[in-house]
Design a protein. Structure first.
Lengths: 272, 253
């Protein structure tokens, strides 16, 4: 690749990411929604369940921790999960509204354009997490001072995995109206069958099937990757699973993405 | 020999089942020519645009833009191409400037050069003063003008416009048609303008490609097409070649 090509790709990449960030900034309700959801869980759910859900000493924690501390990585994961699904919704919307065509008629390779779009979504999710961590700190939850920095690579990887998953879903959804199914059949199972709200040993106590489901859930590993990264540590298994799932989802997303989807059904009228 | 700005050859495409949206479609658009792709609703114009922009892959046939095959060399072909789709494709939540900068970035144009070109194109369309407004605040005619400015930012040599006057009032339509004709005459850009409105054709200067039920019924300068059909006007030719075509001729075609 020549220097000129590299510069062209760099400019395009910046443009795509900037557009995602601008759209996010312009949509204030989306920003508020992204923050309110985990904060309700933190202020209401975690406060209410503090007494009921005791947490044993498990890595990466070196002592007993309040439930609010345990739930923070799960809520960060929740922000990224919803952002990934929002990205998928936005992609279906862009496809229906036609703005995806502008992206895909750029002379740059389609795989690059889709991955850049994916990374744009990840940047947005990192901004949301940064705002959340700031509130968490103001609320008095104790996290290492360097946690916002050490967690960054984990956020990027987890955001990529969930964004790519969202893109795979966008490839399979024919119309915007079908998107509600994603919430019921993807987001809720991924979130509740994970270690976001309760440690896996609790699930094992509840039953082996639940434990297996949670252990196989890539979102569990995303949450654990974040949990360890907040304390400057790496969970090897989580890193391997999240990396593998990211590559798999991204490959499926790029391969499965068809700009013609949604066009075929409208073809008779749009066929002009 | 001049390389055609757009060369469509034996193009065939279907959406599943037995129905073919396009069948053996072929025509050329030469540099600097304003060519109207004329066809009633459902003729296959938008399908042709999707194939010409690489959004769909043809079942058979070729599309070449300045000699570059859209399937085999999409990067080179798309670099020469500006498109205004029938469906508006601007981001309503962003400003005019942000929309245009985004598009310029997709073509690898740096910020300084992009801003310079944006100023030129918006000034040409009397929209520079409104660059800071969100698209949502602009009316349909102005949005269309922004789309045209956007399509010209990377200096394409071929401009495809799919029914760009849909939803516009008569003055806005006239302004748009005049502007695009000027682009052909002054900048030498080749234009393929899809429409089903006969009055958008200039019978003196324009070329036409009449598309009906997925097939090209006639193509060439308006006078040539009229001579072939034995009609006095392009409207009569269109009627004869499409809806009002006698059944016997239809069957023989």
């Amino acid at each position: 690749m020549t220097g000129r090509q590299l510069r062209t790709w760099g400019i395009a990449f910046q443009g795509i990411v900037a557009r995602e960030v601008l759209r996010f900034i312009h949509q204030r309700e989306r920003f508020l929604g992204a923050l309110v959801r985990p904060l309700v869980w933190l202020f209401v759910f975690a406060a209410g369940f503090r007494a009921a859900l005791g947490i044993a000493i498990i890595p990466p924690y070196e002592t007993y921790i309040p439930y609010e501390v345990y739930i923070v990585p799960g809520l960060i994961g929740m922000i990224q999960l919803f952002n990934g699904m929002q990205g998928s919704l936005s992609m279906v919307y862009d496809r229906e509204m036609g703005s995806m065509r502008i992206l895909l008629t750029s002379p740059l390779p389609r795989a690059f354009l889709l991955v850049a779009r994916l990374l744009g979504g990840v940047v947005v999710s990192v901004l949301q997490v940064a705002a959340f961590l700031l509130i968490v700190r103001l609320y008095g939850i104790d996290l290492p001072a360097w946690a916002p920095l050490t967690v960054l690579p984990a956020l990027l990887l987890n955001g990529l995995m969930l964004g790519a998953l969202g893109m795979v879903l966008a490839s399979t959804i024919r119309q915007l109206e079908n998107f509600a199914g994603v919430m019921n059949f993807v987001v809720f199972p991924l979130f509740f069958l994970s270690s976001a709200l309760y440690p896996l040993y609790r699930m094992e106590e509840a039953g082996p099937l639940l434990w297996w489901l949670c252990s196989l859930n890539p979102f569990t590993h995303g949450v654990e990757l974040i949990r360890f990264a907040l304390y400057g540590r790496i969970d090897g298994l989580a890193l391997a699973v999240v990396t593998g799932a990211t590559l798999l989802f991204a490959a499926l997303a790029v391969r499965g993405y068809s700009p013609a989807r949604g066009m075929g059904s409208r073809a008779p009228s749009a066929a002009g | 020999m001049t390389v055609p700005a757009l060369e469509v050859e034996g193009l065939r495409h279907g959406y599943g089942g037995n129905r073919l949206a396009l069948e053996d479609v072929g025509f050329r658009v030469m540099p600097g020519a304003f060519t109207c792709l004329l066809g009633p609703n459902g003729a296959g114009k938008s399908t042709l645009f999707a194939l010409a922009t690489g959004l769909l892959r043809p079942a058979d046939g070729r599309v070449r833009i300045h000699g570059h095959d859209i399937v085999q060399a999409p990067g080179k072909a798309l670099a020469e191409l500006g498109v205004v789709f029938q469906q508006p494709t601007l981001d309503l939540d962003l400003t005019v400037l942000q929309n245009l900068r985004y598009f310029a970035a997709l073509h690898g144009i740096g910020r300084r050069e992009a801003d310079r070109r944006i100023e030129t194109e918006l000034t040409r369309l009397s929209l520079f003063e409104r660059r800071g407004e969100k698209l949502r605040a602009l009316n349909g005619g102005h949005r269309r003008r922004v789309e045209i400015a956007r399509a010209l930012l990377h200096r394409p040599t071929l401009l495809l416009l799919d029914e760009p006057t849909v939803g516009l009032d008569i003055p806005a339509r006239r302004t748009l048609i005049r502007h695009v004709h000027a682009l052909c005459a002054e900048d030498g850009i080749a234009v393929l303008w899809a429409t089903h409105l006969i009055d958008e054709i200039d019978p003196v200067t324009d070329h036409v490609v009449v598309l009906h039920r997925g097939r090209v019924r006639a193509s060439g300068p308006v006078a040539t097409v009229n001579a072939e059909t034995g009609c006095a006007t392009v409207a009569e030719s269109f009627d004869r070649l499409t809806a009002a075509r006698p059944a016997a001729v239809e069957a023989a075609a």
